[in-house]
Design a protein around this ligand. Sequence first.
Ligand SMILES: [Zn+2]
Ligand SMILES: [Zn+2]
Length: 85
Amino acid sequence: MLPLDPQADIGRRAWVPCPRCADSNGCATCAERRTCAEHWRYLLSNSGSLLHLQCPSCAHVWDHETGFGATRSGWRRTTSGLPHS
Ligand SMILES: [Zn+2]
Ligand SMILES: [Zn+2]
């Protein structure tokens, strides 16, 4: 098992390319910025438009600035928005 953050929750995901393993490179679904079933990141937490993410492939943790803090319209395109289940 990868050392996932205790906050990692499959109900909270974000579709952001991983800067470490870049596992979405060459994926047609990701290239279209769609919600790929294979390439997504755990959304550990967020502060405004800054997302705290962890990659399930390589366990890399990083912060991603979406630049969408004000309206949250872009937020919905980037994250799943699913409630916990
Ligand atoms: Zn990764
Ligand atoms: Zn993909």
